[in-house]
Design a binder for this molecule. Structure first.
Ligand SMILES: [Zn+2]
Length: 502
């Protein structure tokens, strides 16, 4: 027996100061599709998501509500878990930075780096808002009458010095450049170049990893100085180690870590490459195998129910498209690693109606009804129409390459939709309802349906299971799926999968 290949996939852990919206779902659904796909092809898959629960913003949000930060994050985590349940997210662990094992990992990592001389005490100075208790950089603060002002309070900022601890990021310059240039980690490639340019173009500065406890007490205490808490970003990145038992099961950790795939948005590229790779090196851990970077959703003009600000609410999407599958499919279809995508209700509606309701939904319904009517629900044939089934085999090959090797879920789905379109055109041309024995034609169509739903399973698992059950189709490994002859199918019902939206 061939040993299972590990596949470890992560989302960023989210900052639970508000409920998740389409932006969070975008990353989480994409990672879920990859996780489900890798499980189907037989990989030993581990999918990690979670929440980033420390820091000043949450300390403040809790104070405003009159609860403790832990009570506040507990309530938010319940909301996150609920949404991921509604979207059928198949994570293996939901890691929280307040988890005991995570706190141990952070303290251990800080201790190791400190002992190696990679963390040292220093002063941090900058423009500070007393009300926010936060430093603002030149790109963040507002210039009013020639003085920096807080972007939130619009009050003048104060030049402040604070003692802190620094991580010696500057020491890793050569390591990072070598790594980025010689290893294909960051995908798509233009993001790798962006990081290289940033390292080359500016001095790689040491980076503050702690805040004085008197300012931020809601955080993990530095193991070597009780007067400081660990900065949230340092705390958060280490979740990827916690999730696969870094300290408690070395062998398990090594196994999954060798196949680490981080899915991130492009706004956190720097932290997940330069900073994270350096931290890992400081702990003698190899870099991740892949950092998959996606671009942004532009949601201007999207008016979908009660949207707060410009964030599209997940419950509004579920309300409009009626099922987790509908929303998952739409996210997968608009998903784009390299480019920003503009979404609008009319775009989502048109994809949903034409691809799910018409193309896929109608084909399933028509094939099911015809087999029930013309063949009393039992289908078999020794011959097949190769002109259509050859296209199915081609689609399998292309789909696996696009999703498995290039992470191009949207293009992969368009391959399946192209095949289904051919199948609908085939029905219209052979007109099985007029034939006395349409066994060959309907069998040909059934094989196309079988192939298509096997490929669609990671994206729309509930609908696919319903079709498989109704048509007695066996689901299997998408790499091995192919057109067969001489099988028997029993059609119990012809399900209506997706109702059109108007
Ligand atoms: Zn302020």
């Amino acid at each position: 027996m061939k040993p299972e290949t590990p596949f470890y996939i992560t989302t960023p852990i989210y900052y639970p100061n508000a409920e998740p919206h389409l932006g969070h779902a975008y990353t989480t659904v994409f990672a879920d599709i990859l996780a489900r796909y890798h499980r189907l092809i037989g990989d030993d898959t581990f999918y990690l998501t979670g929440t980033d629960e420390h820091g000043l913003k949450l300390q403040r949000a809790a104070e405003a509500k009159g609860v403790t930060p832990k009570e506040f994050v507990d309530s938010m985590v319940a909301i996150y878990r609920n949404f991921w349940g509604l979207l059928n997210i198949s994570y293996n662990r939901f890691v929280r930075t307040t988890d005991e094992d995570h706190i141990k990992v952070v303290k251990y990592a800080a201790e190791v780096m400190y002992r190696k001389g990679l963390i040292y005490k220093g002063n941090y100075s900058g423009w500070y808002c007393v009300d926010c208790e936060k430093f603002y950089s030149a790109s963040e603060y507002l210039m009013i009458d020639g003085r920096p002002h807080c972007p939130i309070h619009r009050k003048p900022l104060e030049w402040t010095e604070e003692s802190t601890y620094y991580f010696r990021l500057s020491e890793f310059r050569e390591y990072l450049l070598n790594l980025l240039k010689n290893k294909d980690i960051v995908y798509p490639k233009h993001f790798r170049q962006e990081v290289i340019n940033k390292i080359v173009g500016q001095e790689l500065l040491d980076i503050s990893i702690a805040r004085p406890k008197e300012r931020v007490w809601w955080g993990i205490e530095l193991p070597f100085d009780k007067n400081y808490t660990v900065y949230v970003w340092f705390d958060a990145l280490l979740n990827y180690l916690t999730g696969i038992n870094y300290l408690s099961d070395k062998e398990r950790f090594r196994r999954y870590w060798s196949s680490t795939h981080h899915v991130i948005g492009k706004d956190i590229l720097w932290f997940h490459t330069a900073v994270w790779f350096a931290m890992l090196k400081a702990l003698d851990i190899d870099p991740p195998k892949k950092v998959l970077v996606h671009s942004f959703i532009i949601n201007k003009g999207l008016k979908m129910g009660k949207s707060s600000g410009n964030a599209v609410r997940i419950e509004d999407l579920l309300g409009r498209y009626l099922s987790s599958d509908g929303v998952r499919y739409l996210i997968a279809r608009i998903f784009n690693l390299g480019k920003d995508v503009e979404v609008s209700t009319s775009l989502l509606d048109s994809i949903y109606n034409s691809e799910l309701a018409d193309n896929l939904g109608n084909l399933i319904r028509r094939v099911g009804v015809l087999i029930k009517k013309k063949l009393k629900g039992t289908l078999s044939s020794e011959s097949i129409d190769n002109t259509l089934t050859d296209k199915a085999d081609t689609a399998v090959h292309k789909f696996n390459k696009l999703l498995g090797e290039e992470y191009e879920i949207s293009t992969a789905l368009q391959e399946v939709m192209g095949l289904l379109k051919e199948a609908n055109a085939y029905i219209n041309s052979v007109r099985p309802w007029e034939l006395s024995d349409p066994s060959k034609e309907l069998y040909t169509l059934m094989e196309v349906v079988k192939v298509a739903i096997n490929l669609l399973y990671p994206v729309i698992p509930e609908s696919v299971s319903k079709v498989a059950e109704s048509f007695s189709i066996q689901l299997g490994n998408p790499l091995d799926i192919s057109v067969d002859v001489g099988k028997e199918y029993v059609v119990k019902e012809a399900p209506i999968l997706f109702k059109k939206v108007r």
